[in-house]
Design a protein around this ligand. Structure first.
Ligand SMILES: [Fe+2]
Length: 391
């Protein structure tokens, strides 16, 4: 059945290619500015990756008047405000983010106050708070997970309230996304697995979302195939550039898909778990994905039959209840294999969650903004069963 109405909009230009992160300056000419403030994290700084990218841009006549190299795993409100403050002080005209989802989200959120002034939480958290374009933002993802380089959302950690704040606006979308598999080769196996499972969760949740559309499902389908066919290879051999490339493209397509159709109860639970117990986002999703799929089983069996085909790498799946179950089994098998290969955690109890936290996690999951897109109503009373089985 087709939706009554939907729209699809992607203003971000995407470049893909091994080595492209060191050869894209010609793409900047159209933005009409020369001074980019660099946003990155300590690991990439120490590896010299962000500096190499910055040096190459300088060779091509661009300026990097300052940088913020300390974006943490979960960028906080204070971190975002500091990036904006320093970028303004440096006289930058745009932002260049080199990093994983946290770095890119921090840059997206910082661009609000960097471009328009005001206060981050009060003026920009929530949905559609912007009315005009921000300053140019160029992003180079170094993980294959969030797809944040092509999404209209950013998630920032609110330390005061131990919760995650969502920002969602079409003007948050970066202007240019540079996808270079060579850059992601530096990711260790566990990070590769966790971020890859985040991407797979995006694709699956967007596919069954109440806001799914043929456009988002088409992207989700290819994303699921690319990720499931390559995640093990990328974990086993980080220098397998074909697998790295497939993961990067898969994560990007999954990002575009969920940017249009949103995610559901797995992310509701993962956001709550991340806020309460500081569980890394990808790991929380990897643990919770099969349990969230189980939660939605009766609401979207027909879609799971299709997912079983994309997840299993075979089209030969009959239209039956057991095929729908196959989709969940396939995800479980994948996480078990990743656990064997790189220690990807499989239970909430293994990542610092206590049994006593579960009722509050369930309540926060019910209140999370993603819950309304889930195909089955998310209530604390029902979702706690999924959390208990994931515990
Ligand atoms: Fe996610």
């Amino acid at each position: 059945m087709l939706p009554e109405f939907y729209q699809f909009h992607l203003p971000t230009k995407v470049l893909y290619g091994p080595g492209i992160a060191f050869d894209f300056s010609h793409e900047l000419a159209g933005f009409g500015i020369r001074r980019y403030f660099l946003v990155t994290d300590r690991v990439l700084h120490n590896l010299g990756i962000s500096a190499r990218i910055a040096d190459r841009l300088k060779e091509d006549g661009y300026e990097i008047p300052g940088s913020y190299i300390d974006v943490p795993q979960d960028a906080s409100v204070a971190c975002v405000e500091e990036i904006a403050r320093q970028a303004r002080l440096a006289g930058a005209e745009g932002l260049l983010a080199v990093g994983g989802g946290s770095v890119i989200d921090a840059a997206k959120a910082a661009n609000c106050i960097f471009s328009k002034g005001g206060r981050l939480v009060e003026d920009y958290s929530g949905v559609s708070t912007l009315s005009e374009p921000l300053k140019p933002l160029i992003v180079i993802p170094t993980t294959a997970g969030t797809g944040s380089e092509c999404t209209l959302a950013a998630v920032i950690y609110d330390q005061e309230n131990a919760t995650k704040l969502a920002f969602s606006d079409r003007f948050l979308l970066p202007n240019l996304a540079v996808l270079d598999p060579q850059i992601t080769a530096s990711m260790p196996p566990l990070l590769t697995a966790a971020t890859g499972m985040d991407a797979l969760t995006h694709a699956i949740e967007a596919y069954v979302s109440v806001d799914a559309s043929p456009h988002s499902q088409a992207l989700g389908q290819v994303a699921i195939e690319l990720i499931t066919n390559n995640i093990i290879r990328a974990v086993e051999d980080g220098n397998d550039l074909e697998a790295r490339g497939a993961m990067l493209i898969g994560a990007n397509l999954a990002g575009i898909s969920f940017s249009h159709s949103m995610v559901g109860c797995v992310h509701s639970m993962a956001h709550a778990t991340g806020g309460m117990a500081r569980v890394p986002h990808g790991i929380a999703n990897a643990i919770l994905l099969p349990h969230g799929m189980d939660y939605n089983m009766n609401a979207c069996k027909h879609l799971y039959v299709r997912l079983a085909r994309y997840l299993g790498g075979t089209r030969d799946v009959p239209d039956s209840d057991s095929s729908a179950r196959t989709a969940i089994c396939r995800v479980k098998e994948l996480t078990k294999e990743l656990n064997r290969l790189c220690g990807l955690p499989l239970r909430l109890r293994d990542v610092g969650v206590t049994e006593g936290m579960l009722p509050l996690i369930a309540k926060k999951a019910e209140e999370d903004g993603t819950a309304i897109y889930n195909p089955r109503l998310v209530t604390a009373e029902d979702i706690i069963v999924s959390l208990e089985s994931a515990f």
